[in-house]
Ligand binder design. Structure first.
Ligand SMILES: CC(C)(COP(=O)(O)OP(=O)(O)OC[C@H]1O[C@@H](n2cnc3c(N)ncnc32)[C@H](O)[C@@H]1OP(=O)(O)O)[C@@H](O)C(=O)NCCC(=O)NCCS
Length: 189
């Protein structure tokens, strides 16, 4: 896969990316936001995961790069269900200097344009912890809705936290994308 957005390019994960992916996943702040605790992955574990990925087709693992080719993050499309045209996604911007600069939002929009526009998906789901306010904001801005709450689904540092189950449908995404575009046009004129 090779996609280009306004701020990012998205391409398939390669074996050469594995050390960087290990560094990102083992960052305590990132691990807390994506897993709710340490991930402690290793090069060997990620290498095995990469090898397994070569043989199975229910997950696509992607690297986010800046337009000038610096790798800054990772997105996975998992649980791909071709019968029901749906999948789950997970993402991280591993280079923290790039947080809050629009890279995450552009990555997601670029990927959703492709999944809904070219690949025939009808729904995309994801999970986000209740304390991950930045991620939830990004998802809501793009049009994801909270469809359910797994109450106290995460045990972290001695207390329980809810997990929001969010989803977006193709028709809602395309509507929302159009209204975002209209707003941008109005600002310009
Ligand atoms: C979540 C993540 C992918 C978002 O990417 P990003 O590039 O940082 O996000 P963007 O800059 O596109 O957008 C961030 C938005 O959140 C807002 N935001 C930042 N901190 C916030 C907070 N504490 N509460 C609410 N909103 C917040 C920003 O203002 C911005 O909204 P705006 O565009 O309306 O101004 C990225 O920060 C990341 O990888 N975080 C660590 C891993 C993670 O949480 N992954 C998601 C797991 S579900």
């Amino acid at each position: 896969m090779n996609l280009t957005g306004e701020k990012v390019k998205i391409r398939n994960l390669t074996r050469a990316d594995i050390p960087m992916l290990v560094k990102w996943k083992n960052d305590p702040e990132i691990a807390d936001l994506v897993r709710g605790g340490p991930i402690n992955t290793t090069f060997e574990a990620e290498n095995r995961r990469y090898n397994r990925g070569l043989d199975e087709h229910s997950t696509i693992r992607l690297i986010i790069e800046t337009l000038w080719g610096k790798p800054i993050g990772f997105i996975s499309v998992s649980d791909i269900d071709k019968d029901n045209h749906k999948a789950q996604i997970g993402m991280l911007i591993g280079e923290k200097d790039f947080w809050d600069r629009g890279y995450g939002s552009d990555s997601l929009v670029t990927l959703l344009d492709h999944l809904f526009g070219q690949q025939g998906f009808n729904r995309i789901g994801l999970e986000v912890f209740e304390y991950n306010l930045r991620a939830k904001k990004v998802y809501e801005k793009i049009g994801f809705e909270v469809e359910g709450v797994q109450r106290q689904g995460l045990y972290r540092n001695g207390r329980y936290y809810d997990i929001f189950l969010m989803g977006i449908l193709r028709e809602n995404y395309l509507e929302n994308r159009q209204s975002l575009r209209n707003k941008a046009e109005k600002v310009r004129t």
